[in-house]
Write a protein that binds this ligand. Structure first.
Ligand SMILES: [Zn+2]
Length: 457
């Protein structure tokens, strides 16, 4: 009988590890122009690898910045097509003196491989390649159609990805997008992220007189922009933390019963969080836990405000300007541009007399959600459970991953965030590492996933 992919992966463990080291040795720092050649070298390394394992149409595609590596294998008739995204660029390494071993000289210590990019994201990119290789080597084919896109600019904000997606829409068309660039819940606890919050932001500039005024001569006779700004800001929430902007919650869906069950799988200790933060009590929308407030509910936060005299001592002045910066984290169905308009309307309705108010929009990003019961999500869950032998957690994250929104907007396909890193693995920091346990188990999980997905999507 032919070898199983598990056997194959097991017998190739040390070989795979040595090869990962080779990949990690390439200092593909996208932010530094002096490493431009190295970023290209990493792209070419991937091109050669993808070709070697048996992918087709493999190419290094130029962008205005660092290239995109593409490859596919489309011979699984009547089976779904999976688009796999990862990035082969890494963060800069400074401060170098805090690294215990050089960042581009990978070393295994204590069951972990230490190197820049080990977990974010070269290690996970490499796992995808090796999982596909194991399937080719043991089955001679893949259970699903696969398209791969590896980017070289994620760590600098993917400036050229949206244009690339637009101009390669046909080529990238697939039934599901799988990204392995996130972390697990904890050691031994796999998780699948099915939702991210979006973002809309703005700056409010309140202007009064044409210069700062003496408070003895003018105080009491002219509107103070700082007072006016405070009045506007105070109108955004009630005293319990509920947002009062008209229409803000209109499209927000309540947490479903099914989701409540998923939430129960995510251990969250509000009291422990309170203690760690050193606050007298946690605060937020009534009726929701800390995790729900920070992942399932939208927010409106003041990020900064400034006005008037900030120096030592006292200065009896009426400032002539006051500024606040605000961002909202948005949940599925909330449209960033629409929420921005609601905020503008709210501010206009609450504008105090005697000042002018100017509003400037900031970056906007759409929220993303793949329905939790989507077959692609559930299939990934089954694959994790098979390998890790424990219940998988389905999570939503309070943050935003801009590339997910980019993909979502262009290709409009479900996204599965199936990551194998751990939050403690020092991404972007000195001594970045990756647990080999997840390196090995992750490859096995991916193989199971492609078999399961072939039957369930
Ligand atoms: Zn990353």
């Amino acid at each position: 009988m032919a070898q199983s992919f598990q056997q194959y992966l097991e017998t190739h463990q040390s070989e795979n590890l040595e090869q990962l080291k080779e990949f990690l040795k390439i200092p593909s720092i996208s932010a530094l122009s002096e490493n431009k050649g190295d970023v290209l070298k990493a792209a070419e390394w991937l091109r050669d690898e993808l070709t070697r394992i048996g992918l087709e149409h493999v190419q290094v595609l130029k962008t205005k910045g660092h290239p995109v590596v593409y490859g596919d294998w489309l011979h699984a008739e009547n089976k779904p097509t999976v688009l796999i995204y990862g990035h082969y660029d890494v963060q800069p390494v400074d401060p170098l003196n805090l690294w215990e071993t050089p960042p581009f000289d990978p070393e295994v210590r204590d069951g972990k491989i230490y190197a820049r990019g080990a977990s974010d994201d070269k290690g996970q990119v490499f796992m995808h390649i090796k999982a596909l290789e194991a399937l080719f080597q043991t089955d001679g084919k893949l259970p699903v159609n696969v398209k791969i896109i590896f980017e070289g600019e994620e760590e600098i904000g993917s400036p050229n990805l949206p244009i690339f997606l637009q101009s390669h829409k046909e080529m990238l068309q697939a039934d599901v997008l799988v990204i392995s660039d996130t972390d697990m819940l904890d050691k031994g606890k796999p998780s699948i992220c099915y939702g991210l919050r979006g973002l809309t932001g703005l700056q409010i500039d309140v202007k009064g007189a044409n210069s700062d005024l003496h408070s003895g001569s003018f105080g009491g006779g002219v509107q103070n922009p700082a007072h006016a700004l405070v009045e506007i800001l105070a109108s955004f929430h009630d005293s319990e933390g509920r947002i009062l902007v008209e229409g803000f919650y209109d499209k927000v869906e309540e947490i479903t019963e099914e989701e409540k069950k998923a939430i129960a799988q995510v251990p969250s200790d509000d009291e422990k969080i309170r203690q760690e933060l050193g606050v007298p009590e946690l605060f937020g929308e009534p009726g929701y836990s800390f995790y729900e407030r920070t992942s399932y509910r939208p927010t409106l936060e003041i990020n900064g405000m400034y006005s008037g005299f900030q120096g030592e001592g006292i200065k009896t002045v009426l400032p002539n300007t006051a500024t606040a910066k605000i961002t909202c984290r948005l949940v599925p169905n909330q449209d960033p541009a629409e929420i921005f308009q609601l905020l503008v309307k709210h501010i206009e309705n609450h504008k105090p007399k005697g000042v002018t108010v100017q509003i400037t929009p900031f970056d906007q990003g759409s929220p993303f959600l793949t329905p939790f019961d989507h077959p692609a999500i559930q299939s990934a869950g089954r694959a994790c459970e098979k390998v890790y032998g424990t219940k998988v957690a389905y999570t939503r994250s309070g943050g935003s991953i801009p590339i997910v929104a980019d993909f979502n907007e262009t290709l409009n396909i479900p996204v599965v965030l199936l990551g194998f890193a751990l939050a403690s693995e020092n991404f972007h920091a000195p001594n970045e590492h990756f647990h080999l346990e997840n390196f090995y188990k992750g490859m096995e999980t991916l193989c199971h996933y492609w078999y399961d997905l072939a039957e369930s999507l």
